[in-house]
Ligand binder design. Structure first.
Ligand code: GUN
Ligand code: FE
Length: 425
């Protein structure tokens, strides 16, 4: 496909760094061959022959990255939110995910997930599917057509799972995974496979060992869950008595950053040793504030992660989270950080709007490379947002308008969406 070159004109806002917006009123965002050439107050001479899309008074913002979402859970979002993690998995999640053995059901449900994601503000996502290879490939096919950039994982789980949703041993799980990877190799432009051991409790040592071999052979990234819930953490201690802490149980198998790009969702109750190891290994944390509230998991110490220089992005964690939009995740991240500050630790200041915006754009986007910013050299993911229906007699600055978009906008405010320089609608 021809990569597009064009200029977007409007009120541009993106993260200069984690503490500051850069805003340019009536500015020019230049895209050449799908890559940003930067943002200008005056359009430089050499770009004046490019097609110009005049967005007038609308806002132009970077696309958002959902660093952690479960596509097969989209169908039951907003249901069964009265349990904690392990009971919620057994009561609601595993029975629902078992339905994806049926390709017709998977098609109906995944079409809804993909259509909704396409209409929303997220341009990139790291997605859990289920253990079923055909349904996972179907999800990848549907996502590919949208033009959004995604990483999708066939889930691995070979123990402590109900018969309806358990692979027949480590060998079978690894063989299915290798067959899936071979099947999708080179097939897509926008979708990549990502290794997805569900979490330590559902993955045997032998499976983890085999997944490391696959990871090395195919040089794949990895995504999983970490230190989300107290019952889960205690269970991992029992299952892996030789591990120093939960994250060490992944690290013992070489599936915890380092030469293996890794996202760990949650990290609500990570110990100092675990945090130190994540930093050493460059592990990405997907902070999922809505899910952590719904499942009563707690509030992750994001201020600490940021102060200590860890890599952090935001996740919806649907259906632990109920809303897919990363704008909502930004607002939730700010709100729960205030509760944490007020109720549990007044040394950790709440997140600012600028920080939350950074996490949802550059923070998560960087897992994909150069994404989430309009600086020159970044892949051009952009949202054009008409906020005129958020009526107010106030005269607002661009940062104030962006803050209101985070808290008040919905998908209908988005008028154009670009991913990697391609206008997807
Ligand atoms: N840990 C293992 N599986 C899951 C899941 O599906 N959702 C959440 N929130 N945590 C998990
Ligand atoms: Fe999750």
């Amino acid at each position: 496909m021809q990569k597009e070159s064009f200029v977007l004109k409007g009120n541009i806002c993106y993260s200069q760094d984690k503490d500051h917006f850069r805003t340019v009123a009536d500015g020019y965002l230049v895209c050449v061959d799908g890559i940003s050439e930067g943002v200008y107050e005056e359009l430089p001479e050499q770009y004046r022959n490019l097609p110009l899309i005049d967005c007038e008074d609308q806002l132009i913002l970077p696309g958002l990255t959902d660093l952690h979402v479960h596509a097969p859970q989209y169908a039951f979002r907003g249901l069964g939110m009265d349990l904690e993690l392990l009971d919620w998995l057994n009561t609601h999640t595993f029975p629902e995910e078992s339905k994806y053995a049926d390709l017709e059901y998977a098609k109906t449900a995944y079409q809804i997930f993909v259509e909704d994601m396409k209409n929303g503000p997220n341009t990139r996502a790291c997605i859990f599917a289920t253990l079923h290879v055909p349904a996972t490939e179907l999800l990848m096919d549907l996502l590919e057509e949208t033009g959004m950039k995604t990483m999708v994982g066939k889930v691995n789980m070979d123990r402590n799972s109900p018969d309806i949703l358990c692979e027949a041993g480590a060998e079978q799980s690894a063989a299915d995974t290798a067959a899936w990877i071979e099947d999708v190799a080179g097939k897509y432009r926008n979708v990549q496979p990502i290794l997805t051991p569900r979490f330590i409790p559902t993955c045997s040592d032998e499976l983890m060992r085999l997944l490391k071999e696959i990871q090395k052979k195919y040089q794949l990234p990895v995504q999983s869950h970490l230190s989300e819930n107290q019952g889960e953490i205690a269970w991992v201690k029992e299952l892996c008595p030789s591990s120093a802490f939960y994250g060490d149980a992944y690290d013992q198998f070489g599936l915890f950053g380092g030469d293996c790009k890794t996202i760990m969702a949650h990290c609500v109750s990570s110990s100092d040793d675990e945090i130190r190891r994540m930093k050493e290994r460059g592990v990405y944390i997907a902070h999922c504030p809505q899910s952590n509230t719904n499942l009563s998991s707690g509030i992750a110490p994001v201020r600490k992660f940021l102060d200590e220089g860890l890599r952090v992005g935001l996740g919806s964690d649907v259906a632990g989270g109920t809303v897919g939009s990363v704008f909502r995740a930004m607002a939730d991240a700010i709100q729960v950080s205030k509760l944490r500050w007020r109720l549990t630790d007044d040394t950790m200041k709440p997140l600012t709007v600028q920080e939350a915006f950074y996490l949802g754009t550059v923070g998560g986007g960087s897992f994909f490379g150069k994404a989430g910013s309009f600086d020159a050299g970044y892949e051009l993911d952009a949202l054009v947002i008409d906020d005129s229906n958020l009526a107010t007699p106030l005269k607002l600055s661009i940062p104030e308008r962006v803050e209101r978009v985070i808290y008040l906008s919905d998908d209908k405010n988005i008028t154009k969406k670009f991913v990697g320089g391609h206008q997807i609608w």
